[in-house]
Design a protein around this ligand. Sequence first.
Ligand SMILES: [Zn+2]
Length: 244
Amino acid sequence: MLHLRLLLPWGISIVLFMTMVSCETTSSRGNAWDHKLGGVAVDKKVPPVALLKEINLKQDMVRLGTAGRKRVRRMNVKYITIHSTQNYTGNAYNHALALKRGALTATKRVGGNRIGFLIWHFTIQDNIAIQHLPTNEQGEHADFDGPGNNYSIGIEMCEHHGNDLARTIDHTAKLTAYLMWEYKLPISSVKPHYHWPRRGCNPPNKDCPHFLLENGKPGTTWRWFLNRVQAEYSRLVPGPAPRI
Ligand SMILES: [Zn+2]
């Protein structure tokens, strides 16, 4: 009986904790992605490097001096920008190859694309995440000469047929949490591509990543995603966190 009494307060505090967490991660009840993924196991604490293992991160950098990496353009990381490819046939490997070959060109112009190529940092699908560019180098993925390119890490989520999109979103939340840890960034630094207006484009704010937005704008689904990132971040405990 004494044993039980001693245990009881613990039991209560654990139950309360779990309830708070589930409110946190399932705030948008009925969210289609939440239904597929379930909540984040926030009590399963891990060192940061474990998140990279969970998403199967591989580095396959664009060679320095070529394509979108003709020269190093150093970046002071302040944000993380989330995109989706809107490419229904290309997977992460296809994008990695296209970036390395310089196949993703863009018209270079003042106030527009600055290097003649598109380039970003990571492409994620359900079973792998591929890194194309070190996170301390600028990409060309968001808003031409704006803060989205000048200060943010670009993550593209794959949408090809056969890819498990829910799992892709889940892995994107893990990578985002890792990068927040690495660069000591708050959750407010995580932005959808939509956040960065593209000067000279109509509309300036892109519907990207479209499946995390409502009517082309951040709403309940985007807030759900941010909660998921925060939940993954809450799993982290000090430990190995390699610079990527
Ligand atoms: Zn985008």
